[in-house]
Design a protein around this ligand. Sequence first.
Ligand SMILES: [Zn+2]
Length: 401
Amino acid sequence: MVISKADSRVQLVSDLILPETKRWNAHLVNEIFAQAEACAVRAIPLSWRRTTDFFYWSGRRYGYFSVRSAYYQIQQARLSKNPSSPSQNFPWKKIWTTPTPNKIKHFMYRAVNNILPCRDSLMKRGIQTGEECALCGEHKNESLTHLFLSCSWTRVAWFSHPMGLRSDTIEEGFADSYKPDEMAKITQALWAIWKARNENLFNGKLQDPAAAIHKALTLLMEWLAAQEKTPQNSGTSSNVTWKPPPENSLKVNIDAGWTGTDATGFGLVVRDHNARMMFASTHMEPARFDPAMAEALALRWSLSVIEELGMDDVVIETDSMIVYKAMREAHCKNYIEPIILDCKLLASIFPKFSLSHVKRQANNSAHSLAALAHEYPSIVWWDNPPRSVAEAIFVDALSYD
Ligand SMILES: [Zn+2]
């Protein structure tokens, strides 16, 4: 770790962490680092356990080194110096079998064959247009490589992608290591970048990169949900609307969301088998986490709250499939793993505990609470929650039979 100013109090990263609370020593961090660096440090989530440090190879999603990934990185560096025909080695079969709308497939076809009308190719065809990138406004040559990989706006967008992607590892993903559903999320993000570029160029509206990715992936999820064949039995409807827990147990719906410009909000609501609200709470973290990390942190916060309340028979519901799956796997092999391990440890304290995944529509009450975290950064309601939450709870209570 590079420290801007020499400081004898800090030798190791752990010197910047408060041992009692396992949180960053914000005063010390602010004192030692420049403002932007201090912000970035404080936004790194910390595990609540004493974990050992480990090496993480940034060339791969799971952090393990492989010769192949190193080879791809070298190839990538060569390609960026000497771009030849991009479509030659492109795995077309994968694109056509990717579960994604046809318009995205068509967009990918145009992107790979370099026939998207970016300013660089328009200039080459003799069409006079500005040269600078329509997203960052700084770069002088708006090529597709710049737009989709190296633009400062795009780098933030990739960083906020729930697969934890970095723009310099995308090439490897296209070659062979991503599954079809992962390919769908990557191509959806590329399309979102192109859309954001056009929106700024033609309508003068520059979107927030993280919000653009989040919105595009939500659209993809909705499209995928609409593609699912509806079976004749009641299988699909069960998690589309909220359902009360069995008698004697309590259901805890949790959610996370961005709130304000630079914060993440968490919300939880506890209800009994009569759909009666027992407890609701909000919490705000002064950093913007990507969706998967935000949902994992929301789960950890929720577990600590309900553990403090002394509940012993609980069903927690999240609308994050990533967190739900990570909690079920022995090793989640993912950058959210330290937080997931905290959650598993906390969950093991409860005599009766289960975690289920529900559709976003069945999680409206928790969603509206997370959205209020900016207004109420850390509040508990035993009754009379804010109006938007009360309404969502009322709708939930009406929707089950
Ligand atoms: Zn740019």
